[in-house]
Structure formats: C-alpha cells, structure tokens
Design a protein around this ligand. Sequence first.
Ligand SMILES: [Zn+2]
Length: 424
Amino acid sequence: MLDDLLARIEDQREALVALTRELIQFPTVNPPGEAYKPCARHLGHRLSRAGFDVSYVRAEGALGDSDRYPRINVIGRYHGRGPGRCVHFNGHIDVVEAGHGWSVNPFAGVVRGGRLYGRGSCDMKGGIAAAVVALESILAAGLKFDGALEVSGTVDEESGGYAGVAYLAEQGRFSRPQVDHVIIPEPHCVNGICLGHRGVWWAEIETLGRLAHGSMPFLGECAIRHMGAFLNRVERQLLPRLATRQTAMPIVPPGARQSTLNVNAVHGGQPEGHGGLPSPVVADSCRVTIDRRFLIEEDLDEVKAELVAMLDQLRHDRPGFAYRMRNLMEVLPTQTAKDAPVVRAVAAAIEQVTGRRPEFVCSPGTYDQKHVVRIGRLEDCIAYGPGMVELAHQPDEYVVIDDLVTSAKVMATAALHLLGVELR
Ligand SMILES: [Zn+2]
C-alpha cells in the first residue's frame, strides 16, 4: 500500500514541478507584499479541486495590511471519515526580493539540469507544492482515515509572520482541537528535521550628543563618536564573549551554534541627500539597530542586561556619553522534543522513503514555528521540506526536482503515520 502511494507520487513529478513553477510566477515579494491575493487564490483553487474546504482569511488591521497590499491567507481542510487528529502543513507564500546576480528570470520557474530555479523555489514554494501533491495523492489513492488534513498558505513570514501564522494562531487555527500536528515545509534537506530555532532580540540604541558648528566640535558633543566608542566595546568585549557561548542545539550551519550579534544598520548625523552638500554640524544623534541571536541556554532578560551594563559602563567611563534604548522585537528560542509525535512520524517516514537516517537540525534564524508554539500553544511542530537553507534568499535560488518528489513522499507517509493509517 505504501509502495502504491509512493509510485503515485512519483507519477506526479511533472505536476509537482508545474505547481511549484506556477507559485513562483506570482511575484509575492515582501515587503511590500505583492500578489498575495492571486497566489492565495491559485493555491485555494487547487485545494478546492482536490476536495478541501477552502477559506481565505485577510488579516484585517494587522501590521502591513492595506487595500493596496491585502494580507490574504488561505487554508484548506479535508475531513476524513470521522473525528480524529488533524495534520496541518503550513507554508509561507511570501518571498524576499529577487535582488541582483541572477542568471535566469527569478519569477519564471526555469528548469535546468534537474533543478527548478526561481525566487521562492526552495524558500518555500517548492515545499508548499510538495505538501499539496502529497495530500492530493493520499486522496487520489482512496486511502481512508479519521481526522483531517490541512494545508495553509500564509503571508509575511519573511517580515515576522504577524499577518500570517500569528494572526491565524490568535484565531485558534493553530491550536487543539482544530490542529494537532504541524509540519512547516521550510528547506532543511530531504532527510533533515528542523526541531526549532534560536531566539532573537532586536533593539535600537541611540547615542545622544549636542549640536554645534563643525569648525568648533569642542562646543558640541558628537553622537557619532560616542557610537564609535560603543561599537568598539561590542567588537573588543562583547563579540569575543558571545563566541564562547555554545549551544547544545544542533544548529546548521554549525557556525551559528553560538550567541551572535549583528549590527544591522547605523544612521548618524545629517540625513543623506541635501543635494550632496555637506553641512558643518556636530551630530546630536546616532542610531544602530542590533540583531542579537541568543541560545536556548540563555535568558532573554540577562541578554538585555548584559548590553545595558556595557552601555552604563560607558556612561561611567566616557564623559558626555548618553544613550537611549528601544526594544524592536523579541522571539524566544524553541525546540520540539525528539520524541514528539510529529518528529517520530517524520523520522520514520524519512527512513522508509529514503533509507537514510534522519538528521536533526535547528535553524539559526526563526520561522513561523514560534507563533504555532507561543500563540497556538502547540508544541508538536517542526520544519521539514525540500531544498537547502543556504540557498534561501540568494540569487539563482533553486530546488532539486528529485528532492521535491522525495519530500512529497516523506510528507505523505508521515501524515498517514500521524493519522494512524496502517501502512504495510
Ligand atoms: Zn522560509
């Protein structure tokens, strides 16, 4: 029976490539959130043809939602024979901008040498298509089950997921009894199970100065020089300390198995422009945005306190140093247990389909699992999908077509395990 199902999915190879390509051809670039509606509709029509009950949920009033760029999510639910568990596949339909350096049209879905190229091919329209084809094949095979299967295409993952999974989770769409198990087909290779991710803290730090004429800087207080002193301490004290903090989480790539801090942006002094004319003024403000990734072994309050202590020390050591700090975003780390039902089911399916041992990984960045776990209070959630995470957001992003097919087989097998369907 399993062999029949896998053969059926193998026969859908062309259909799987075609669906991935169709999804890539909607340029769902976020920001600002282009083409969400037609892309969600396309996915909805497809699910509806397969017998799913389809609903569209616009995240009215959520961050980013507007009439010009409506945040439209699609959810399809297929009811089995009777009551039972629900297995949900969630993928984000948004992609990051194409950027430069492509050798093919990023929104055409070019097939070359066994690979399908395009923005979103691996992150993560290929994964969505694989999930759809996996579930269509279960239904086409006439397999009977109790419970339900769901697929959702959600928006804004790349910008935090607030109008996507977070919005739906707030409405109970990612909680029991609606949903029991969630698989997010983000790219982590065909035998990789992503258990979770590190934490994030974004903050803006502003150093404050006093305006003066640039020819007499001693009359003012230069905020940019104060920022320089802060960044110098980050460089000399904080970064070496963070590098010594290692996590037991199996993060891939291994370089991210430590605490990290990135300076995302720095802005100081006069705004750019003004026709390029310089103006001799001592800067009274300089701002940086920091992106601190912390470990499951760290405590967010301590992470913040560590930075504040450094700033306070500077205030003590450096005459005239003054600062302000503003929280921008915080996400706690999460890691699903290896013996959770969804992990066991996907692990077994990987072994059955590929003959390889599953590899357990964690993600250096966050993804929508955070909302499922925190808002939906559903711990039984992982990421599993085709493609390599290293290719996400890069020019010439691609997914290997064999991997699309293999992952669809794994997803179908895992879904049946979770629904309790006996597979001989
Ligand atoms: Zn993604």
